[in-house]
Design a protein around this ligand. Structure first.
Ligand SMILES: Cc1cc2nc3c(=O)[nH]c(=O)nc-3n(C[C@H](O)[C@H](O)[C@H](O)COP(=O)(O)OP(=O)(O)OC[C@H]3O[C@@H](n4cnc5c(N)ncnc54)[C@H](O)[C@@H]3O)c2cc1C
Length: 326
């Protein structure tokens, strides 16, 4: 058992955590990022099954704000993103949709370059220690940090915050945030789908919210679809037998698969997929006007329930932590 010392500890190597870490490190701070996942990127998730490759979390990003647009341009120049489409049948004049290359996680891997990241390690508890924070890790080690940023989905953040006296109004704001669930099916097919270019369909009614053709998208070498259950269907079925629920979604997707048959599939359940109730601020400094050492929370529940929002929230939290007196 050992204690690691850092200036700033960031819990979560998703978009918010990685974006904050980049700004803080560039400003000269010593930063350690810890994530319980094996891969980087959190809800930007990719999976391989045999020869097939899937994006099974976020499917694309849109870009609205100038700094984020510039970041997307950098990622395109670095070869880790490209425009996927800006319109598809029934939706002629949308914003450009960008995708990661070869998968969405490529952007997270790019953001992680040069950062100090500990993976496959869960922060089990956090506690105040003198003028800083002490995080206990599930491997028995501890991390001592002057400042702390938590970027997990907010219900998980609230569990980590148990026992820490944060202001009641901020506690209430965190408790107000809600997320949709999403059941994601990754299915390999024996032939091409019936989905028109660019290989994506968003549905308003029924059990399916979204289908991606990973072959047309350029993610997979062989025919493979990602099917996302709707928020309602996913919430109702999240705790049921995953393969059975996956089969129901495959059956419902039948008309879009054409003559292709599913040869193999896996199912992933996202309990916290996209926030449905968000906070109006881009991040929260929970330690503000308290005796607590600097403590901030960030993620897509703050600056907007999407890829861009998570990045913006990370940037906002970095600025706030730099300004917070330690
Ligand atoms: C199925 C699905 C489809 C989506 N589609 C789109 C889309 O098409 N377009 C779009 O813009 N957005 C989409 N999103 C939303 C987008 O993925 C998120 O907004 C964004 O990735 C959130 O980033 P984040 O950094 O806030 O959180 P996360 O990515 O959740 O990162 C938090 C990280 O914290 C880690 N963590 C949690 N607790 C601990 C702990 N105790 N110790 C250590 N690590 C911990 C987690 O492992 C995770 O990596 C989708 C999301 C899902 C799930």
């Amino acid at each position: 058992m050992s204690t690691i010392t850092t200036d700033i500890l960031i819990i979560g190597a998703g978009l918010a955590g990685l974006s904050a870490a980049n700004d803080l490190q560039q400003a000269g701070h010593q930063v350690l990022v810890i994530d319980k996942g094996r891969g980087l990127g959190g809800r930007l998730a990719g999976r391989r099954i045999g020869e097939a490759t899937f994006d099974h979390g976020a499917q694309f990003m849109t870009a609205r704000e100038p700094r984020f647009k510039a970041a997307v341009a950098d990622w395109i120049a670095a070869g880790v993103a490209e425009e996927w489409y800006s319109s598809y049948p029934g939706q002629p004049n949308g914003h450009p949709r960008y995708r990661g290359v070869p998968t969405m996680t490529a952007v997270a891997k790019h953001l992680a370059i040069g950062l100090n990241i500990m993976r496959s390690t869960r922060v089990a508890t956090i506690a105040q220690q003198h003028n800083g924070w002490l995080a206990a890790l599930d491997n028995g080690d501890t991390v001592s940090a002057q400042r702390l940023l938590i970027t997990s989905p907010v219900p998980q953040t609230l569990t980590l915050l148990e026992g820490i006296e944060i202001p009641a109004d901020k506690q209430a704001r965190l408790e107000h945030i809600e997320y949709e669930s999403c059941i994601a099916v990754m299915a390999i097919l024996d032939g091409p789908t019936a989905i028109e270019a660019p290989g994506a369909i968003a549905l308003e009614d029924g059990p399916i919210a979204w289908i991606s053709d990973n072959l047309q998208k350029g993610v997979s070498k062989i025919p493979a679809v990602t099917i996302h259950g709707s928020g309602e269907f996913s919430a109702d079925n999240l705790d049921h037998d995953r393969m059975e629920i996956g089969q129901q979604l495959i059956d419902a997707a039948g008309p879009y698969l054409g003559d292709a048959q599913v040869t193999e599939y896996q199912v992933h359940g996202w309990r916290y997929s996209k926030p449905s109730i968000v906070d109006p601020d881009p991040c929260l400094l929970l330690s503000d006007a308290t005796d607590l050492p600097p403590l901030a929370v960030a993620g897509d529940a703050f600056a907007g329930p999407r890829f861009e929002g998570a990045v913006q929230s990370g940037w906002a939290a970095a600025k706030m932590l730099m300004d917070a007196s330690g």
